[in-house]
Design a protein around this ligand. Sequence first.
Ligand code: ZN
Length: 423
Amino acid sequence: MWSFVERAYPLCRSLTGAGVRQTLALLGERIPLQVHEVPSGTRILDWTVPKEWNVKEARIRGPRGETIADFAEHNLHLLGYSAPVRTTLELDELLPHLHSLPERPDWIPYRTSYYEETWGFCLPHRRVESLEPGRYDVVVDATLEDGALTYGECFLAATTPGPFRGEVLLSAHICHPSLANDNLSGLAVCMALAETLARRPERRYGYRFVFAPGTVGAIAWLARNPDARARIAAGLVAANLGDPGRFHYKRSRRGTAEIDRAAAVVLRDRGADHAIEDFVPFGYDERQYGSPGVDLPVGALTRTPWGRYPEYHTSADDLSLISPQRLVESLEVYLAVVEVLEGNRAYLNLSPVGEPQLGRRGLYGSLGGASGGRADELALLWVLNQSDGRNTLLDTAERSGVAFAALRRAADRLFDAGLLRET
Ligand code: ZN
């Protein structure tokens, strides 16, 4: 994950353009990726695919020829989707085109102007304040013309026979330039999750990873997947997975979907501080997936949510804000959610009147009263007790407070002992 993050960090991603394709190419080195190109002007639901934006050079020179801001030095210096311009102007004419953060005077803010054609630069506030009157030379050598919106999809089909259970959607935005937590962390964790799931011996679900620009990319995907509602059984939007904050799960619009319950149980079972929040039609692309016409069961699983850490959408969201260890921890949480989805089944207790004698089957500690192994025994008893053919292991995990993984192990042992049948 870290080598991907280091290579992808300098690329200038945006809604469209070369940086998105280069980032998808990096992902494609690691996972099977289908790249889609949707031409500019294509109608996608209530939206239209925008023009494609690419930058060759962008800089401001001051009255003495000094460099004030240079895209080559940091791609956040250029307002995202800046229109091309070559001009010389006075400081007071330049200032309305400059964006800075007075409260964080050393950081470069991340700003875009996708739907209003203009140009601009983003600078540390300290530098803006130091500008002297005089003539400023501005060059934005960029193209804003018909091209395409690019997104990538990695699909891992289900491998187990049986009825179609649907797909699990994992979605990460790919439209932010040099920002680490708010963008690269989500891409990296999804990439590593896809790599891991590709090696998983059994998959009851298909797994569909979507790497698309925020909002318009998710809308393009929805427009091109009108059967999504019938296919998507669960999903997560991945972002902000490398910062030091605790995990946050934001429920899907449905609120009580299996994914909502699975994520909550996984975070509970970790035993670490976390937060569960309700759906709000704001944030990342869960708001598109949760629009009423599709109402997909897709939540958002992040560490610190967007906008709640000071480095958010600034140059301080760099590699120093995230760490390999935290990316791995996030990957483990995602994998644990997958394990719940894959392992959540309902069973029928085949010896349901009175407890079956577990000791005779080697399932119960032989020493009555010993406390060691009691947790395992409790898991066995909960699974036996709740296996009336209707309750799933997730139901039992919620009711009992016993970790899902312990119940899963118990169900396997009971199944092997001939005490359960899957329903
Ligand atoms: Zn963002």
